[in-house]
Structure formats: structure tokens, C-alpha cells
Design a protein around this ligand. Structure first.
Ligand SMILES: [Zn+2]
Length: 74
């Protein structure tokens, strides 16, 4: 599933090499994601689940916004 947060950049410090990593969320969600500097592997399934939950929340929010009717009184 691709959603709003997949195209955002994710910043974190690699626990192995302590370097600053900035990479799109969609890449971090992949189960074969590795640190681009040291090649360290991470457990990302929980991260991926949380992102998908957040994506669903955003979709719900967008629908709610679309349902709001604005009344203009002159
Ligand atoms: Zn690293």
C-alpha cells in the first residue's frame, strides 16, 4: 500500500554506525532495507505497520474534510 507518508523523508541515526540517514519512508518500509553507509539491517516490520496505519488515518481525515460543507452567511 502506498499512501501519503510513503513519499516523505524519514530521518534517523543508524544504531550501528551512528551516521545520520535520510531516506524516503517507502524505502525504509521494505523488509530488505539496509543502512546506506554500513549495510546494517533493521527490523522494519513494525515501522511499516505504523506507517500504514498513519496512511489510513490520513485517508480518513481527507474524507472527513471532503464531507464538511461550508456555509457562508452574508
Ligand atoms: Zn549504519
Amino acid at each position: 500500500m502506498r499512501g501519503f507518508f510513503d513519499s516523505q523523508d524519514f530521518d534517523f541515526t543508524c544504531p550501528n554506525c551512528k551516521r545520520h540517514v535520510k531516506t524516503p519512508v517507502s524505502k525504509v518500509k521494505r523488509s530488505d532495507f539496509k543502512c546506506p553507509y554500513c549495510g546494517g539491517k533493521f527490523e522494519t516490520s513494525q515501522f511499516s505497520r505504523k506507517i500504514d496505519e498513519a496512511n489510513r488515518e490520513i485517508e480518513r481525515f481527507k474524507q472527513q474534510l471532503g464531507n464538511i460543507k461550508i456555509e457562508i452567511k452574508l
